[in-house]
Design a protein around this ligand. Structure first.
Ligand SMILES: [Zn+2]
Length: 300
């Protein structure tokens, strides 16, 4: 175990290996994949077993985030809505901790990979300020994240259309794909973390926060429900770009990999037919037509 400075408490301690996107997400994806394997968009030809991990946190901080953020989100929001046992759930103050922990980890990770070349100096300064505010909030040293707000857009249930149209992998992207990014345009930059059925946005510098309607994660608690949400048009376009990117990466799966997937389908037809992954595919076929969905999948 490496000894180094923990990124949360800033103490010199033994560090644990921890996930950027929480481990329960990858466990669930694997269990509901139909094939028992995961595929991630950056490496479509490798059946990844797990998400990205880094030695960043000491045992105490890892435990703090697990207890105060991840476990309640997994038990009270993620699993009930992903299994589709419920369409609406209440959340407590832990929701904001969870959202901040996602933004904080993803921003650190993307910075460490040098993915901020598109940021101007003002945006870089805002990010440094956001990271520190989020760190203090996670440690309970400030009562809320201030202007570095967290927003959530739930994507559970069947999605039959999208403002301005969407590519024919809309439901598979919404239900299944995990990803993260830092997006910026003049007047708007945020951390973006997508989990199966949920989008999270951590504001770094957003000039018009009131253009985001119904999405703000409340400090004391609130409700996740399929009600009306509204995002600025630029964010809607960005999400469409993410869907297209996801479908293009899926198309790069090699012929050999497709054969392995098809073999799994043939060996375990019931498991595949009852899986969440297949439910997402079925929804895309219903929304966009068999021809569009399957033609897109055969274009390699
Ligand atoms: Zn620590």
């Amino acid at each position: 175990m490496p000894q180094a400075i923990c990124r949360l408490c800033l103490q010199h301690r033994e560090l644990k290996e921890s996930h950027i996107i929480p481990a329960f997400v990858f466990r669930w994806l694997k269990e509901t994949s139909g094939t028992g394997y995961l595929r991630f968009s950056d490496k479509p030809n490798l059946r990844a077993q797990d998400g990205v991990k880094e030695y960043w946190l000491c045992g105490c901080c890892e435990q703090l985030l697990a207890e105060e953020a991840e476990t309640p989100f997994a038990n009270e929001v993620f699993h009930p809505l992903c299994s589709e046992e419920k369409v609406s759930v209440e959340y407590g103050p832990w929701m904001l901790k969870f959202a901040v922990s996602l933004s904080w980890r993803a921003a650190h990770f993307l910075c460490s990979r040098g993915e901020l070349t598109h940021f101007d100096d003002q945006q870089k300064a805002a990010l440094i300020e956001a990271l520190e505010r989020w760190r203090l909030f996670l440690l309970g040293q400030v009562p809320h994240p201030g202007k570095f707000e967290q927003h959530i857009l739930p994507l559970h249930g069947e999605i039959s259309d999208w403002p301005g149209g969407a590519p024919p992998n809309l439901n598979r992207w919404a239900q299944r794909n995990p990803e993260m990014d830092i997006a910026s345009s003049p007047g708007t930059c945020y951390v973006y973390v997508k989990l199966p059925r949920f989008l999270f946005f951590g504001f770094i510098k957003v000039d018009k926060p009131k253009d985001w309607m119904g999405t703000k994660v409340r400090v004391k608690g609130g409700r996740i429900t399929p009600s009306a949400y509204q995002l600025p048009a630029g964010v809607g376009n960005y999400l469409k770009y993410r869907m297209i990117r996801c479908s293009q990466v899926q198309l790069r799966i090699s012929v050999r990999q497709k054969q392995r997937i098809n073999q799994t389908f043939r060996d375990h037809p019931d498991r595949v037919a009852n899986s969440d992954a297949f439910r997402a595919l079925r929804r895309d076929v219903l929304a966009f037509g068999k021809q569009r969905v399957l033609r897109a999948d055969d274009e390699t």
